[in-house]
Design a protein around this ligand. Sequence first.
Ligand code: ZN
Length: 335
Amino acid sequence: MEIRSDHDIYSDHVENTDDRCFETGPGLIRLNPVFKQMVWGGSRLRTEFGYEIPGDDTGECWAISAHRHGDCTVKGGQYDGKTLSWLWENRPGLFGEIHSEGFPLLVKIIDAKQDLSVQVHPDDEYARIHEDGSRGKTECWYILDCDPGASIIIGHNAASRGELADMIENNRWSGLLREVPVKKGDFFQIFPGTVHAIKGGTLILETQQNSDITYRVYDYGRLQNGRPRDLHIRQSLDVITVPFDENVSFDRGEPIPGGPDEALVKCAFYSVWHFKCTGDCTYRPSGKCLLCSVISGEGTVNGEKVSKADHFIIPAGYETLRTTGEFEMIVSSPE
Ligand code: ZN
């Protein structure tokens, strides 16, 4: 995605076809989120975002999803009521050049009132073989908000697979797990094989591969409906990367000169940006769709009003995009 924030560059284009393009294009594809109640969930998806949630234990808002466990429907416009998976199958032109079987990404907001289980995800190869052809899961987190002193778990301290198995078997969690302090605006890329847990008091926007495969390593002995949730120790021991590399680095992606956004990550599956509109900006998007979640403020995208808590897809094919107002979005694009 190239971006120009210079007003003069925009006015060059007001004269030609760009504005007509906004009118005749499909417009923003707005989506209705799907909510998931969780043993660790809370009510911030209502109090912070104004969503009608199913209960005060709502942990996840599947904001942009075509997954069969929560397929978002389109809100308004010519595709009103269609599912995102239907659009993917029947209107491929909206998404641009993406080589993927099924819609590739899933965007969620996670309200962790309490700690999520300690978990790990497989990579594509392991998931294909052991999970009936499913995708693996690479994910990333943008910390929307958190309590003072909040932390998350990323990685472990075992030096060998034998030590890892021993520490898990003997419940040596405090010695095993690596806890990292977090603050609002932090960003983390979580590769498959990385032990991780979102901890209580954290509100996160997660962009991930379209996969729902989680191996639970430890669940604090909690009960759900009177029973502990399943653990997946054998699979976890198969897929956890040993030793954990504390200095694991990742590509931040393209810095965009002069633009109001910050590149967060570019990996094999997605690019993610933190977009900050202040005033009037013009973008020149690449040939792919953009997945957008407004996390604060309000404004317009191609003349359409957007505000905090909106999630939408900007279809592929726009030559220019124009935004106005004061708002922030997390934007992603499939690779
Ligand atoms: Zn995860």
